[in-house]
Design a protein around this ligand. Structure first.
Ligand SMILES: NC(=O)c1ccc[n+]([C@@H]2O[C@H](COP(=O)([O-])OP(=O)(O)OC[C@H]3O[C@@H](n4cnc5c(N)ncnc54)[C@H](O)[C@@H]3O)[C@@H](O)[C@H]2O)c1
Length: 329
C-alpha cells in the first residue's frame, strides 16, 4: 500500500491533505505537536478515518529522527509543520527559527537516513520574496529576497530542501511558494489566514482591523486546488521551486473580499477599524503560473473565489460552536 508522511497533519492544510490521501486509499502517518489552534480538533476525525497520528515536536533533532526511524520507509513526505505567523516570528524570533529552519533541517536529515527514496514536498511561502513592490504576476525567476523573520526562516527551510535535492545528497525535493490558501477547516485569526478570519469574524459578529489601505491584492487558492497540485507534483516526482497561487483569475483585494463576505452572510461587519500596514505585507502578490507548461504539470486552479468563499463560510457556520471554543469567545 502506498504510504505518506504528513508533518503538521493536524493543521489546516495538513489535515485536508491527510483526508484527501486517505480518500485515495493512501496510508497516512501524520506527525504534529498539536501546538496550533484547533489542531486537536482534527485528531479524532483523522484517527477515525484511519490515519496514524504521532505527537512529536519535530524541532528536536533526536525526536524527529526517532519518529522517522519508527515509521520506516514511505513513498512521500509532505512537510507542512511550521510556525506560520509573521507577527509571531517578530515576537519570538528564536521559536520561529526553531519551528521553521531547524525543524525543516531535522525532517530532511531524518528522511535522508530512514526513507531516502521518498518524494519530498515542502510548503514554502510567497513571503520568501520579501516586500515585492510589483504589480505584475511573480514568475519562476523572481529573486528570493525574504523580509520578516518568518520569510527568512521559511526560505532557509526551502534552501535546505533544494540542497538536499542536489545530487550530492540525492533526495527528490520540491518547494511550492504558496500564496494565500483558504477553505473549510481553516481557523483563521488576525495574525494568519485572513480570508478565514474575516469570514469567521463576520459570522460571529466580531470587529475587524484592516492593516494598510485594504487594497492589498492576493491570488487566493482554494485548498482542494492546492492538494490537486501536491498530488500532481508527487505523481510526476517534480523537482524544483515554484510560485503557486490562484493566478490572475483569482486575484482579489481585501476590501472586495470583505464585500463578498458581507453579501454572502447577509450582514455587515460589527466594525471595521484601520491601522498601519504590517511589516512584510506585500501590496500585491499574484503567481505567474506559466511555469507549468515547461514543468509538464497538468494542473490549474478550478475553484472561483466566490465558490470557494461560499464553501468556507458553509463550514464556518456549521462549526461555529467549536470555533468559538478554539478562539475563546
Ligand atoms: N495557509 C496558508 O495560506 C499558507 C500560505 C503559504 C504557506 N503556508 C505553509 O503551509 C504549511 C501549513 O500551513 P497551515 O496554514 O496549515 O498552518 P497550521 O498552523 O494550521 O498548520 C501547521 C501545523 O504544524 C504543527 N507544528 C508547528 N510546530 C510544530 C513542531 N515543532 N513539531 C510538529 N508539528 C508542529 C502545528 O501544530 C500545526 O498543526 C506551513 O508550512 C505554512 O508555512 C501556508
Amino acid at each position: 500500500m502506498t504510504k505518506a508522511i504528513v508533518t503538521g497533519a493536524c493543521g489546516f492544510i495538513g489535515s485536508c491533505l491527510a483526508r484527501r490521501l486517505l480518500r485515495e486509499g493512501i496510508e497516512v502517518v501524520g506527525i504534529d505537536n498539536l501546538s496550533s489552534r484547533g489542531s486537536d480538533l482534527n485528531v479524532v476525525e483523522l484517527v477515525d478515518k484511519g490515519a496514524r497520528l504521532i505527537r512529536c515536536d519535530l524541532s528536536h533533532p533526536a525526536k524527529a529522527s526517532e519518529v522517522f526511524a519508527r515509521i520506516g520507509p514511505v513513498d512521500a513526505v509532505f512537510h507542512l509543520a511550521a510556525q506560520v505567523a509573521v507577527t509571531t516570528s517578530y515576537l519570538n524570533r528564536r521559536r520561529d527559527f526553531r519551528d521553521n529552519a531547524v525543524l525543516s533541517f531535522n525532517v530532511l536529515e531524518a528522511v535522508k537516513q530512514y526513507t531516502p527514496d521518498a518524494y519530498c514536498l515542502y510548503s514554502s511561502t510567497n513571503k520568501v520574496y520579501g516586500h515585492l513592490n510589483v504589480h505584475d504576476p511573480v514568475g519562476l525567476n523572481h529573486p528570493l529576497d525574504p523580509y520578516t523573520p518568518y520569510g527568512v526562516s521559511k526560505a532557509v527551510g526551502e534552501m535546505y530542501f533544494t540542497e538536499f535535492g542536489r545530487k550530492e545528497i540525492g533526495l527528490t525535493t520540491c518547494s511550492l511558494r504558496q500564496s494565500c490558501i483558504y477553505g473549510p477547516h481553516q481557523i483563521g485569526i488576525e495574525d494568519q489566514g485572513w480570508v478565514a478570519w474575516f469570514a469567521i469574524a463576520n459570522t460571529l459578529g466580531l470587529p475587524i482591523t484592516i492593516y494598510g489601505d485594504g487594497l492589498q491584492v492576493r491570488d487566493l487558492l482554494y485548498i482542494d486546488d492546492l492538494l490537486d497540485l501536491y498530488l500532481e507534483c508527487w505523481r510526476k516526482r517534480k523537482r524544483g521551486v515554484y510560485p503557486v497561487g490562484g493566478g490572475p483569475g483569482n486575484a482579489i483585494d481585501i476590501k472586495t473580499c470583505l464585500e463578498i463576505i458581507e453579501e454572502m452572510n447577509g450582514r455587515q461587519f460589527a466594525s471595521i477599524n484601520y491601522s498601519e500596514s504590517r511589516p512584510g505585507d506585500q501590496p500585491y502578490f499574484v503567481a505567474d503560473l506559466s511555469w507549468r507548461l515547461e514543468a509538464e504539470i497538468e494542473w490549474a486552479p478550478t475553484q472561483s473565489v466566490l465558490a470557494g468563499v461560499k464553501a468556507m463560510m458553509g463550514w464556518i457556520k456549521q462549526n461555529q460552536k467549536a470555533i468559538r471554543a478554539i478562539l475563546h469567545i
